[in-house]
Structure formats: C-alpha cells, structure tokens
Design a protein around this ligand. Structure first.
Ligand code: HEM
Length: 498
C-alpha cells in the first residue's frame, strides 16, 4: 500500500502549499519528487512545512479542498470562539461514514438538523451533570477493578489503560464490563473485550486519515489505501458486540421488564421529542452508542500511558504526585473521585500529558460553511480547518521549553487545575458549539486512572532498561512502544480489592 501523501502526488501530479502571509501572498509549490522523497505521514509533513515556513497557519490545496492547519492559540480562538458559527461543520470521510452509520450521530456529522438533534439528546440525557453523578458508582467499580491484585510484575500498561477505558465505556453504556466470560479469574478481559477495544482504536485511527478519496471522491471505488476495508471490518466487529445489547434492551423496555433507566443506553431509549415520541430510532441508538464508546476510550488511556512513562523517567515528579496522594488520601484506602479537587499536582500531570502528548495531531476537523477572514487570512467556504493539538501544545511561543514534561507549569497561583484551557493554549476538550460534551466524564476517568495507578503501585522500568523509551511513533503520536513497566504494591495488602 502506498503512503497517502504519495497518492496525492501521484494523482494530482503536484501539490501546492499556498501560504497566505498577512497582507501579502506567497506560494510555494511542492513538487512530486520532493513529497515522494520525504514520504512522511501527512500530519508530520504538514507540521514540518509549517515549521520551515515559520507560520502558524497555512493553506494546503488537496484536489479542490483547502486544508487549513493552525498551530496558534490566538487563531484557534478566533475559529472556535469568535467565528464559531461559520466553522461548526465537519467534512465527510470514508471513516466517518462507516462509524456513524451514514451520519446519524453527533461528533462526525456535518452541521444540520441531525447534528442538532443528536447533540441535544446526548447533552441533555447522557452527558448532563445528573447522568455524571448517576454513573459515579459504575466508574468507581472500574477504578477498583484497576487495582485488583497486588502482585509484583511486569505490566503492559497500554493494555491495562485501554481495557480500563473500554470497561468504563461499556459499564456506562450497557451496565456490563464484559460481553463474554472475561478472563479465567473473571476480572480481566476475554477475547471479546480485547477485540472490541482493538476495533475501536482501529476505527479511531482511520476517521480522518487523509484518505485520497476524501478529497477525490470518484476514486473511492479503488480503496487505494485499503482504509475502507479496514474500517468496515472493524465496525462489523464493534457492531457484532454492541447491537445485540441494544436489541435486547429495546425488547425489555417494550415488554415492560425495565422500569428505571440504569445506563446511557436506557437514556437513549427513553429520550423523547417535543411530541413525547421516542427521539431516536433503533439505528440512531446503535450508531450513537458506538460513537460515544469511540469518544470515551482513546484520550484517557493515551494521556495516562504517556504521563506514567514521563513520570517513571522523572522520579522527582512521580514522588511529588505520590506524596500528594499519601497526604490527601492516606495509605489505608484508595483515592476516590471526591478527593480529586484536592489533588492538584496529579491533575497537573494529566494536563501536562494532554498538552505534550495529545491523542491525535489534529482536533476533529471543522469545515467552514461560508467565506471568512480570520486574523487577516482569507478562508474560502468549504475549507477543512485542522486545529493542531500537537502544534499548539508544543508551540515555543506559548510554552517555555515545550518538549519538557513539567506539570508545575499548570499550577500557577494554586488555583484548581482544570483540563479545559479557556485561552486554548492547549486543546483538550476544545470550545464552541462543537466542543466536547463529555469533559466531566473524560476528566474524572483520566484523573482516576492515573491517580490509582500511582497510588496503588511503585513503578520502575523493566530489568535491563534504566529508562522508559519515550519515543513517539512515526505514523501517529502514540508511544512508539507500548509502555511496559514493573509494578510493585505501594499500599498494605488489605487495601487492595480482592
Ligand atoms: C479526556 C477525555 C476526552 C477528551 C480529551 C475529549 C476531547 C474532545 C475533542 C477535542 C472534541 C472535538 C471538539 C471540536 O471539534 O472542536 C470532542 C468532541 C466530542 N466529545 Fe469528547 N473528549 C473526551 C471524552 C469524551 C467523553 C467521555 C464523551 C461522552 C461520553 C465525549 C463526547 C464527545 C462528543 C459527543 C463530541 C462531539 C461534539 C460535536 O461535534 O458536537 N467526549 N471531544
């Protein structure tokens, strides 16, 4: 399979990187041989060109589409806050068509009636403060399952944090953590959960993957990069587990076997429109269930994995976080969500992971529905604006020593640390009418995940390695090698759930 940049070059002959400098316009033509020689993933190619040209905004013409990457908080604010109404749509891609069952959901759907309806239902029934509180018990159960067992062993931390996120997602959605029997001891995942979580991640990495046919739709039938095959197969895996749950629950409500809503799925089923009729069709429920699972699993697990790796390599940071938990919570019980308010240092570690190691290089794309001028740059209607989470979080004009993991930078005047950044100096939950609907759940999940891992265990690199290898994958920005580390119990045995 060819790299997608090479495809663009191959099909279009050449690419134009048109950089509209304020009040004067320069164009740089990047020729086919240059692109082929570099042969990088598209996001790295875009960022390295922007760095070379010393710009925070660029315009890359891919076939007829203007793609506008942005790496400055000031320009991001203008797009996501001041001119939000113009930039609130989403482009269509092969990946999003599959994951949303042809655009029945909220997150990947273009601006319009369907998006409005689904956003209203999700916001009022699922991600409201009331539901957040209702789901506390389910999140707490998973936080306990995370620290079950107190052995001294090498942990595949990526596997653990991804399975934790999958478990929380399934618990909140369906009220269960396992589709099947789970592992032999009954606590770990069985092959069903492993396949489910792996498939969610496969879909996530293909949603906005710069597939050639996202820009040249008539080429779609060729599926040149093979993305369509991969996404459709991963979606079949996910649906194979999710859909029977939805079917069964619908039946239970119809048969009067259910009385009170227990989880998000019940809330979707019970949601009513203005005439008191069910707000969502069966197909919409199935689509939205999957989309919320996608939205739940990746950010918390990625942030926790990176934070752990950085903190194992910098024992003084780990020490401060552990001391804070020991001081606030003590050593005879595990941290609870109600403690989080007092765990500013731990929260700053999470925030630093979000800044330096976001789960994806770009925010979900925003598409403009009218011509606009942003910070003096003309942006034509239909442009795809890619706010760079990576570029903003690592922008040297915004952050001192941006590549250093330094949680202290978020502590400021001792105010309560919050993953949301009003000034968009880092993009965590974004802002505006497309802003994240799950910030309370996402924050609680990520804080608890990191807090429990560092409270429950003392961590060190595996024998033979004195440091964790924290290099970044070339093709995405996950850790190149999944984090493996030794965990030994930090608390007395009686504290660990059995
Ligand atoms: C730490 C965890 C999370 C992070 C960092 C995060 C971040 C984001 C970001 C960056 C966006 C795109 C915003 C934009 O387009 O400008 C988004 C959208 C969204 N998120 Fe989250 N998210 C998290 C967890 C969740 C959870 C747990 C849920 C729900 C259970 C959720 C539901 C949504 C929805 C529905 C959207 C789409 C909003 C729209 O397009 O109208 N997210 N999230």
């Amino acid at each position: 399979m060819l790299d997608s940049t090479s495809f663009f070059a191959f099909i279009l002959g050449f690419l134009i990187l048109a950089l509209t400098m304020k009040r004067k316009e320069t164009k740089k033509t990047v020729l086919l041989p240059e692109i082929l020689r570099r042969n990088k993933p598209v996001f790295r190619w875009i960022h390295s060109h922007m760095e070379e040209l010393n710009t925070d905004i660029a315009c890359i013409r891919l076939a007829n589409t203007h793609v506008i990457p942005v790496t400055s908080p000031r320009i991001a604010q203008e797009i996501l806050k001041k001119q939000d109404s113009i930039f609130a749509s989403r482009p269509l891609t092969v990946g999003t068509e599959y994951c949303s069952r042809q655009y029945l959901t909220v997150a990947v759907v273009p601006q319009g009636e369907q998006w409005k309806k689904m956003r209203r239902v999700v916001a009022s029934h699922v991600t409201s403060q009331k539901s957040f509180k209702l789901m506390l018990k389910k999140r707490a159960e998973e936080a306990d399952n995370l620290v079950r067992g107190n052995g001294f062993e090498v942990i595949d931390t990526r596997f653990v944090v991804r399975q934790y996120s999958g478990n929380v997602a399934r618990k909140m959605m369906f009220g269960v953590r396992h589709f099947g029997k789970g592992s032999e001891d009954g606590y770990g995942p069985g092959f069903e959960e492993i396949e489910h979580v792996d498939s969610l991640f496969t879909v996530l990495t293909h949603l906005y993957a710069f597939a050639l046919s996202d820009y040249v739709p008539w080429l779609r039938f060729l599926d040149l990069e093979g993305y369509e095959k991969v996404v459709s197969s991963a979606m079949r895996n996910i649906s194979k587990y999710n859909d029977p749950f939805v079917d069964e629950r619908l039946m239970q409500w119809r048969d009067g076997k259910m009385k009170e809503p227990q989880d998000f799925l019940d809330m979707f089923i019970l949601a009513k429109d203005a005439d008191g009729k069910p707000a969502l069709s069966e197909e919409e429920i199935k689509a939205q269930v999957t989309e919320l699972m996608l939205a739940t699993v990746d950010n918390p697990s990625n942030a926790a994995e990176w934070a752990m790796a950085e903190m194992i390599n910098e024992p003084s940071i780990m020490q401060k976080a552990v001391e804070e938990i020991d001081r606030v919570v003590g050593k005879d019980r595990f941290v609870l969500e109600s403690d989080l308010q007092k765990l500013n240092y731990v929260k700053a570690c999470v925030k630093e992971a979000f800044r330096l190691h976001p789960v994806a290089p770009f925010n979900l794309p925003h598409m403009s529905t009218a011509d606009a001028v942003v910070d003096g740059y003309f942006i034509p209607k239909g442009s795809h604006v890619l706010i760079s989470r990576m570029g903003i979080g690592r922008n040297p004009n915004v952050w001192d020593k941006p590549l250093k993991f330094n949680p202290e930078r978020h502590l400021g005047n001792n105010k309560n640390v919050d993953l949301n950044d009003q000034d968009l100096n880092l993009i965590s939950f974004s802002a505006g009418r497309r802003g994240c609907l799950g910030s309370s759940i996402g924050s609680a999940m990520t804080y608890m995940l990191l807090a429990r891992l560092i409270q429950g265990f003392t961590w060190s690199p595996v024998p033979g390695e004195c440091k964790i290898d924290i290099s970044e994958s070339k093709s995405d920005i996950f850790m190149a090698k999944p984090l493996h580390a030794i965990a030994s119990p930090h608390l007395v045995p009686q504290v660990y759930p059995t």
